[in-house]
Design a protein around this ligand. Sequence first.
Ligand code: NAD
Length: 459
Amino acid sequence: MATDLLKNIRTRIEKAGEIGKFPDWYITELLGFKRRWSTDFVLDITDKTTGKKKTETFKMVRVWHRKPNNRWPYGGGFRFHPDVTLSQMESHAIEMSLKDWVMGLSHGGSKGGIALNPDNYTDEDMLAITNKALEEAVEAGVIGPLIDRWAPDVGTNQIVMQRFQSRYAYEMAKAHIQEGNATVTGKPLDDGGMPGREEATGLGLHYAYETFRKELKGKLPKTPTVILQGFGNVGLFFAKIAQELDKKKIIVGVADKTGGVESGVYCEKGLDIEKLITYAKSNRTVQGFESEQPTATKATLEEMLFEKGADVFVPAALEEVVTTELAKKAKIKVLEEGANGPTLPEADPILEDRGIIVIPDIYANAGAVIVSFFEWAQDTGRHPFDTELKVPTSNSPEVLDIVYAELQGAFNRNGSRIIALQKRTMDGSKNVSYRLASYIYAMERVLSRFAAKRDKKLN
Ligand code: NAD
């Protein structure tokens, strides 16, 4: 990755600290970590190209940020991706805390993963890697329903989560401990998962857009065209919901990268998302889709953003996509951040000067964090600190409408408050960005709890 993600997020916290006039001790607290854990484990695996056995070392990391109350556990995604490093996970753990606090969830943020590309391993080896990773975490005491809860992220899914949970129960059973089902969230529905979890991030992006559109009257188009980067969990469900539920957005471009190959398709009148999903699922790429939809053409992300343009750009792949170049050249009105940390700090002022509205990641893509919290709360009986957010009473399929209503309520409430905070908080001559407003909002929500924990007086 091109820049220092941790430095980027720390810079934003410091800036939010100055503008929000938070005490120094609080910023110092938020810039540090409770725990950074890493291990190398070794497995004999099959080389997919030669079919021969070989011995390989896997680097696994997990980072816990901060929590203001010791009754709260940590929680956050677990990813399989070659770029996983301790420093990258540090920045994502902070983001997770901020997301939790924006939405009023009683958790501290954590994040982790293993540096690998799942495509390079056989199914048997992926199972062995998954089990070994969980065993290592149990041995180190860094996982548990009231310690640190894992959830899906880049390169992992429901099945991986189910395996983690099952292995955790197995490890606990050895010590005669009966484990519930709350150490891992994002599990399949028939194994303790929560209805709405899989699509929650994509759905939340729609609720976030609608909240901003209603609050910022006239600034965001009602029926926008959208260019989407990433057609995995977040991107695919965002597109599916755009077509089936939201019915207002027109997805004109989709860029993805599979097996290291970047590809993209564009259609001015809108892509046929149903067909694209079927195509992407069977071909594991969007490359070549133009043969299925004659009005669509092949296009790179840059061609779509710099030449064709659209009302909204939704990055839903990886971090550091919105560079200064992209910020300068993209023909867009709104940037809605589906991915975590997709925008470089240097790009922020350019977007602001160009009047591009940024709906920031720690708010926009927090949908799954809420539904994961519900899944965890089902088994632990715990509640969010936002008393307006109600945990559904069961995880049976009938609660889907309640999950959606709670999600929508959380996005409306917190989005409106972020926008109100942005309006009343002045940074010298200018208004602060929605990004900084969302940081300040998150930090304000837990300040008194941190102060109580540290025995600090607040003015
Ligand atoms: P995923 O692995 O399911 O999908 C990521 C997609 O992005 C894949 O289709 C991949 O091919 C594509 N991609 C990777 N590099 C690309 C590139 N350079 N250009 C174009 N496409 C590229 O992951 P996901 O769960 O959808 O997560 C995507 C992002 O959203 C990550 O930043 C993640 O942290 C964030 N996020 C995920 C969730 C969730 O619930 N899964 C929640 C909040 C935020």
